[in-house]
Write a protein that binds this ligand. Structure first.
Ligand SMILES: Nc1ncnc2c1ncn2[C@@H]1O[C@H](COP(=O)(O)OP(=O)(O)OP(=O)(O)O)[C@@H](O)[C@H]1O
Length: 381
């Protein structure tokens, strides 16, 4: 029916109360449907929305587990909160780190005591954890382990900030995220902000820096300085790097406590080997000193790889023996079969296994050395 076909009276008469209410209800439903459709379309068009909602869920779950559910967070703080590590769930403790007693003792005195015993000197400006700590040294020597064990020992929450997080597009705007790192850390303090590969994040400032990156760095440093303003703030930035020479000097100045986590010496390597192999079934003739002496230049992570390989040989032997046994069983009649006598058990790891593992490791190291340039260790000062 067209408008002109309607009776003139029907158009001119005032609307009844019910008609007005009905119209309002229809308008509201239409408005809500439009709003949610537009929202749905916008979200569907945002390629990062799934990641964002996953990060939000993860953050909420983490906050609940850590016992921080009452704290209200902004959207940006929520993104950073998805990187939180609960000190209770950190598996690494001092007992898992071998050969680094000196560094551990110093960390205990300079970092952990001020966190743990803050109540003894609450008004002291001096008895405070340093605002920045730098762990530097070649890869695989335990820097990340030390950072995690420090958080566990001091009972600090641990924000594991990847170099790319603040520059990653899906997380949002760098500057808002940078601000969120610090505001979140303050809300949940005591807290350690850990930045692995800090050189790639806060690299020497150069003219090649993108303007946004330069601004983010400047902002990071000013927020970092701001931590000093209140005595009660218990937030520390801990950085780790393989290339201290590439870290911006302005950042280095903000990390007064530096720890060199270098390649282990022979004694340290023996300690690391003993720790890695603890709990394994070892032959009595194992001589870890011999392996330690033959592994000059190896990192803790190399030694772990070597041991992992060595421990696999007996499994391979076991599988081969089993295959031979099965073939023999098929050839023999079942009456003659003697049955499995102690055959279900793996033999212990032997010195020969470790030496084989070492040979294999040497070969792969030589192969990688051929394709990768040698990175010399440069002292910090
Ligand atoms: N001192 C050590 N004691 C026991 N295990 C060690 C030690 N150093 C390294 N490892 C072994 O090597 C692995 C790697 O160590 P970690 O990740 O802490 O090294 P990193 O110095 O942080 O290396 P990267 O610079 O590559 O991040 C550890 O998971 C551990 O198994």
């Amino acid at each position: 029916m067209l408008l002109k076909d309607l009776p003139r009276d029907a158009l001119l008469r005032p609307l009844s109360r019910n008609e007005v209410i009905g119209m309002l209800v229809r308008l509201s439903i239409f408005g809500a449907a439009t709003y949610y459709s537009i929202k749905w379309v916008v979200e569907a068009m945002d390629p990062t929305s799934k990641q964002k909602s996953q990060a939000k869920k993860r953050a909420e779950e983490l906050m609940r587990r850590i016992g921080l559910e009452g704290i209200t967070l902004t959207e940006y703080e929520m993104n950073i909160a998805s990187l939180l590590v609960d000190p209770q769930t950190i598996r690494v403790s001092w007992r898992d780190i071998a050969g680094l007693d000196e560094i551990i003792n110093e960390l205990q005195d300079t970092v952990i005591l001020p966190f743990q015993k803050r109540h003894l000197l609450p008004d002291s400006k001096l008895f405070q954890p340093p605002k920045g700590v730098l762990l530097f040294g070649p890869p695989g020597c335990g820097k990340t382990m030390i950072a995690k064990a420090t958080a566990k020992a001091s009972g600090c929450k641990f924000i594991n900030l990847q170099a790319s997080t603040l520059t990653d597009m899906w997380y949002g705007e760098s500057q808002k995220l940078t601000a969120a790192v610090f505001s979140l850390a303050i809300k949940i303090q005591p807290c350690i902000i850990f930045i692995d590969e800090i050189e790639s994040f806060l690299r020497n400032r150069s003219s090649l820096d993108h303007e946004a990156t330069a601004m983010m760095k400047a902002q990071f440093m000013s927020l970092w300085d701001g931590l000093d303003t209140t005595l009660t703030t218990q937030v520390m930035v801990m950085g780790a790097t393989n290339r201290p020479q590439d870290v911006d000097p302005a950042i280095l100045r903000r990390m007064p406590a530096t720890f060199h986590v270098g390649l282990p010496n022979a004694k340290q390597r023996e300690d690391i080997l003993r720790l890695i192999l603890a709990g394994e079934n070892l032959s009595n003739a194992i001589n870890l000193r011999e392996i330690a002496e033959k592994t000059n230049g190896y990192s803790g992570s190399d030694l772990r790889e070597l041991c992992r390989d060595a421990a696999m040989y007996r499994v391979r032997d076991f599988v081969r023996k089993e295959q031979i046994r099965q073939i023999a069983q098929q050839l023999q009649s079942y009456e003659e079969e003697e049955g499995p006598v102690n055959e279900d058990r793996l033999r212990p790891v032997t010195q020969l296994d470790l030496l084989f593992g070492l040979d294999k490791m040497k070969e792969s190291k030589q192969a990688t050395a051929a394709i990768l340039p040698v990175v010399a260790e440069v002292p910090l000062d």
